[in-house]
Design a protein around this ligand. Structure first.
Ligand SMILES: Nc1ncnc2c1ncn2[C@@H]1O[C@H](COP(=O)(O)OP(=O)(O)O)[C@@H](O)[C@H]1O
Ligand SMILES: [Mg+2]
Length: 288
């Protein structure tokens, strides 16, 4: 099959992502397929391929979303398809999806800027302090903030409301790491711990003015707890049959799902460190 892999220049910046991309290519070729990296300028040529694998960052305003839609219209096999992009890229939509499907998650509310006493009281009574504040379209922790008190809440939320008319508020669920569960076709593909760097509270934290990423610790996918596995399968089925990365906190009160991402990061030596067959499994899913 003729596979196009949609990328942007930044996908080749990090050597470990670069190595992962070449593993996708060599794996696909060893399975008898052609695998070509294509860029924004190649979008009109997408109809010449039979399958599309997207690695560039997706959200509904991205070139990746446009090519995903075009590929779907031309009848190509696609990972990530447009529906998964639309659902996963919006945290307000996810909030609702979790509620409707009984997915265990931090207590959450949507907020549009009602600073009346009643509204403030309801927020802090429901969520406690600190409160996590996010814009619906955040990526890589960029618009995820923590307010320790009401004054901080007002300042941070007012600032974020300039970026988006609606915010997601959540109770703060502290942890030393996020589980990252890679899902493909509603099965567990890989399992990792994304550690929170010391002194921070997010996988990517600003510490002394510098962005620091925590370590990734891969675990064999079969070591996943049955409870976590069930939650991840249920959630992934709510979105579709694609490739997803789920962020989950483990607490004394059970697992709490933070989010489901389409287009999860795959870096050589990280997500593939234990289950090295993930490239083959993704290519197989893409072409079948
Ligand atoms: N309610 C929460 N409590 C504690 N940490 C959180 C909460 N929500 C998000 N985080 C942490 O913030 C980081 C980014 O949050 P996430 O919702 O996954 O947004 P992004 O799409 O930017 O990755 C992750 O490390 C996540 O664990
Ligand atoms: Mg995340």
């Amino acid at each position: 099959m003729k596979i196009a892999c949609f990328v942007e220049a930044y996908n080749f910046r990090d050597s470990s992502e670069r190595r992962a991309l070449s593993k996708f290519k060599s794996t696909a070729e060893s399975m008898g397929h052609t695998f070509e990296f294509i860029y924004k300028d190649d979008i009109p040529a997408i109809k010449n391929y039979e399958a599309l694998f997207i690695r560039a960052t997706t959200d509904p305003s991205s070139s990746a979303y446009i090519i995903s839609r075009l590929a779907e219209q031309y009848g190509l096999k696609v990972i990530d398809e447009p529906h998964s992009i639309r659902t996963c890229s919006n945290k307000a939509i996810l909030h609702d999806l979790f509620l409707k499907n009984n997915i265990p998650a931090p207590k959450s509310l949507l907020f549009t800027g009602d600073y009346s006493t009643d509204s403030m009281d309801a927020i802090f009574k429901t969520l406690g302090l600190p409160v996590i504040i996010k814009t619906p379209y955040t990526r890589f922790s960029s618009h995820v903030e923590k307010a320790n008190n009401e004054t901080e809440f007002i300042a941070i939320s007012k600032h974020l409301l300039r970026k988006s008319g609606i915010l997601v508020l959540q109770e703060y669920v502290p942890s030393e790491f996020d589980w990252r569960v890679g899902m493909l076709r509603n099965e567990v593909l890989y399992l990792c711990k994304y550690c929170i760097p010391t002194g921070g509270w997010k996988v990517k934290s600003k510490i002394n003015g510098r962005n620091v990423w925590g370590d990734t610790i891969a675990m064999p996918r079969d070591s996943i707890s049955p409870e976590l596995k069930e939650i991840c399968i249920n959630l992934s089925k709510c979105v579709g049959e694609g490739l997803y990365g789920l962020d989950v906190k483990e607490t004394n009160d059970g697992y709490k799902v933070i989010e489901i991402n389409d287009n999860p990061s795959i870096y050589d030596g990280h997500e593939d460190a234990m289950d090295t067959d993930i490239y083959e499994k993704i290519i197989t899913a893409l072409v079948s």
